[in-house]
Write a protein that binds this ligand. Structure first.
Ligand code: RIB
Ligand code: CA
Length: 319
């Protein structure tokens, strides 16, 4: 079997595409899904994750709910204006009811149990605020030996979205992001806005998905609010599948071109709170300037056409 994977998510329209990619890939052993507050409140992200797994025919995958708010400062704001108030363009109720009960262990306990039971290193793909992962690493430090890689959708080298400096997942809980990105020591790939925007898809691509069959049509039907939000940003009718870009790297290591850079997270309360500071100065170790943060892999480019084909083939091919 291929990649052993756990996804931590706040569905969210692009999260839905990331879950579709993972669940429809035969070379992925999706061990579990944990949910977190973010695009919409935890109650909605959890209900959406369960319904989406039902839609994708994956009742075998446990779902457990995690943090309903940031670690320390509760000043996160949901993004209903981007994803719809229910997180899925108002169409969450059209998805099938989940037959599998919510896993009562909660996100951190489910993560620990799945990781402890794994017979090979597990990839964790956080595609929402990093609160659950920070809690996991704080409460169970020894568990990091079971984690092969963390592939995070988050941050921005040259751009933000929640503010001009900060990307939503990091901005929603900067302290948690710093704990995972900077204070951790697990091999980590950051998949920032700079690459996710390169991988945007247009309505022609979405039309192919919709025409592929009932499941593709159901997935595409979740996009209207999200497409409406991104069309003026992109300059054409389309959307940015941020989370699918990170999950693509999680399940196909190397699909994204990465560079290693020191990364830090701004946790102050100025205008740059939540910014990811990616230090590209290439300072030598003997240089007097301080190099903040931890050196991690940062994804910056990819063959965009190949990426779009990979995602569509995986989602449609598995349907
Ligand atoms: O900034 C984009 C990220 O924030 C994506 O994960 C999206 O789903 C939201 O969580
Ligand atoms: Ca997300």
């Amino acid at each position: 079997m291929g990649t052993k994977l756990i996804i931590d998510t706040d569905p969210g329209v692009d999260d839905a595409f990331a879950l579709a990619l993972a669940t429809r890939s035969e070379d992925v052993d999706l061990l579990g899904v944990t949910t977190v507050f973010g695009n919409v409140p935890l109650s909605h992200t959890t209900a959406n994750a369960r319904r989406l797994l039902q839609l994708f025919g994956r009742e075998d995958v446990p779902v457990a709910a995690g943090a309903e708010r940031p670690l320390v400062y509760d000043n996160a704001k949901p993004a209903g204006f981007v994803h719809g108030q229910d997180g899925l363009s108002g169409h969450a109720g059209t998805l099938p009811e989940a037959k599998r009960a919510l896993d009562e262990r909660g996100a951190v306990r489910l993560l620990v149990d799945l990781l402890e039971a794994a017979d090979e290193p597990v990839t964790i793909a956080p595609i929402g605020p990093l609160t659950n992962i920070a809690l996991l690493l704080a409460a169970h430090p020894q568990i990091r030996e079971k984690i092969g890689r963390i592939v995070i959708m988050g941050g921005g080298v040259t751009k933000g979205n929640s503010t001009t400096a900060a990307e939503f997942n990091i901005w929603s809980d900067p302290e948690a992001a710093r704990r995972v990105l900077v204070d951790g020591d697990i091999p980590t790939v950051l998949v920032p806005l700079d690459i996710t925007h390169q991988c945007s898809v247009d309505t022609t691509w979405l039309g192919k998905l919709a025409a592929s069959g009932p499941l593709g049509a159901a997935l595409e039907a979740l996009t209207p609010t999200y497409v409406e939000h991104y069309t003026p940003i992109l300059g054409f009718p389309g959307m940015v599948m941020h989370d699918a870009v990170a999950v693509a790297e999680a399940i196909r290591p190397g699909i994204l071109d990465t560079e290693s850079y020191p990364v830090d997270v701004e946790c102050g309360f100025g205008p740059a709170r939540g910014a990811t500071l990616v230090d590209r100065r290439r300072l030598r170790s003997t240089d007097p300037q301080t190099v903040p943060g931890r050196t991690i892999d940062v994804a910056l480019t990819t063959d965009v056409d190949a990426f779009r084909g990979f995602v569509l083939d995986r989602i449609v091919g598995g349907l």
